[in-house]
Structure formats: C-alpha cells, structure tokens
Design a protein around this ligand. Structure first.
Ligand code: C5P
Ligand code: MG
Length: 257
C-alpha cells in the first residue's frame, strides 16, 4: 500500500456505509484466475483455446506469433495507454478473426476448459465470498463462453454473477461464426460499463466498489512486476505481489459484513 492510512479510511467509511452499499467489480484473466501454479504459467481464456485441439496447428502457430508480438506491448510500462490501445485492438481483432476461421464447436468448449490448466485463485473456507456476495460483475477482455465455463466448473457460477465479455456467436449447427457485439479489449472496459448502464443502475444502491484487477487498464500484470510496481501502487489502493489467492479481497468483504 502506498498510503495505508487512506486505505484504512476507505475501509472504515465502507464499514460505516454498510456491506449492502458495496459491490465487487473484477477482471477475470490473471485476477480471478491464477497467474501461475507451481511455477508454471496458467492460461488465459484465449490460451485455453490456443492450447486445445479445437484449433489447427497452423492456427496455433498464428496465434502464438500474435501473442509473442502483442503481449510484450501489453505489459510494456514504457509505452502509454494511448500508444498501446490501437495495437491491442489490432491483436484482439486478428485473434478473433483467426478463431472464427476455425469453426470452433460449442459442444467441445467445456472439454477444452476441463483439459486446461486454468485455475481460479486459491480457495479456503472464505474462498467464494467475493463471488457469492455483493453481486459481482466480471469485466473481461477474454472470451465470455470460456470464462463462464471456468467459473462453472469451479462451482462458483452463482446466479448473481454478471459477466461482460466477448461472447461467441454460433451458427445453428453449433459452429463459431463470429463474436457478438462490440469488442471488449483491456482498455475499453469503462465503455463496456457505460453500455451496460441498465445493470449499473441496478447497482446504484451499491456505490462502494471493491475493484479487482491485474492491469492498469482494469482501472480506467504480472510479468515484470517489480518495474511496474510503482505505477500499480500509485493507482491501486492495495497491490498484492505473488499472491495466488483471493484472501485479501475476501477478508475485506468479510470485514465489511
Ligand atoms: O479477463 P481479462 O480482461 O484479463 O483478459 C484479457 C487478457 O487476455 C489480456 O491480459 C491478454 O494478455 C490476454 N489475451 C490473450 N490472447 C489474445 C488476447 C488477449 O491471451 N488473443
Ligand atoms: Mg486480466
């Protein structure tokens, strides 16, 4: 924490306002899911498909080239968001196009998730606090169908969880034909929030937000955490380093109730 006293004040004022004024807004990849497990990187929604047999080897190669090109840009602290934004749109657009060409089968997504190394952050008795209380909203630049499946298979896809993400559009035979709606990438989640004002109106009675994210785009990680730590400390109230659990946000939610 850059300013522990301020965090304490925020928490106290949230306690005073009451837990029924609090909502959780969270990113998905690398926030609700782990960054790594036993020293091995865990996959993002996209990586689950990249590593699956739902796509051809040629497609896998193409996606890998994209990842190797654009991921270093995503996490480059020397570039401004303005500079990164068009490149991120380019990455997502190209990746979606390649995936659509693969005519991915809807009925095989669950198996791809089951066979993957995707893991939600470590759980304990209080593990699902964030997911089960305070009407959590998930804003993800990943793939909605995949992330829902990850949460469902972990047994925490409660009916109060609202997801805003890139959803797949399947034809009548269940083959991927497009992605639905406006593209959500890491830097336009706020626009996503505005588009979904209906939902946010519903949550207006909960003006206090526990926001969880792993990227600076999640405000408006975790390779090279050290070099980026200062910007994270400047912008997030609490920064967790090498913590593959949800203990802190869960403890905050329990503290507020
Ligand atoms: O859920 P979240 O918003 O974190 O999902 C976005 C993440 O997906 C990005 O951090 C990016 O690294 C990753 N990604 C990917 N392959 C793509 C596009 C994005 O792994 N083609
Ligand atoms: Mg993320």
């Amino acid at each position: 924490m850059r300013d522990p006293q301020r965090v304490e004040e925020i928490l106290q004022s949230m306690v005073k306002a009451g837990s029924n004024t609090v909502q959780v807004i969270s990113d998905f990849d690398m926030t609700l899911t782990r960054f790594a497990y036993k020293g091995k990187r865990c996959p993002t929604c996209h990586n689950i498909l990249d590593n699956s047999n739902l796509i051809s080897n040629e497609c896998r190669e193409e996606l890998k080239v994209l990842l190797d090109t654009y991921y270093p840009i995503e996490i480059d602290s020397a570039r401004s968001i303005a500079e990164k934004l068009p490149l991120m749109v380019e990455w997502w657009t190209k990746a979606h196009k390649i995936l659509v060409q693969q005519k991915i089968r809807k009925d095989l997504l669950a198996t791809a998730v089951r066979d993957s190394d995707a893991m939600l952050r470590a759980t304990s008795s209080s593990s699902t606090t964030c997911m089960s209380t305070a009407s959590p909203s998930i804003f993800s630049a990943g793939i909605g169908d995949i992330l829902e499946e990850v949460i469902r298979q972990a047994g925490v896809f409660h009916s109060n969880v609202k997801v805003f993400s890139n959803y797949m559009d399947f034809d009548e035979s269940g083959l991927l034909k497009a992605f639905k709606g406006e593209l959500i990438h890491i830097y336009n989640k706020r626009e996503g929030a505005l588009l979904n004002t209906g939902h946010f109106q519903e949550l207006r009675t909960r003006p206090n937000v526990l926001l969880l994210g792993d990227s600076l785009g999640d405000l408006t990680m975790a390779d090279g955490v050290e070099e980026r730590k200062q910007s994270y400390l400047d912008l997030y109230d609490i920064v967790l380093v090498q913590d593959e659990t949800l203990e802190v946000p869960n403890a905050i939610m329990l503290y507020l109730t």
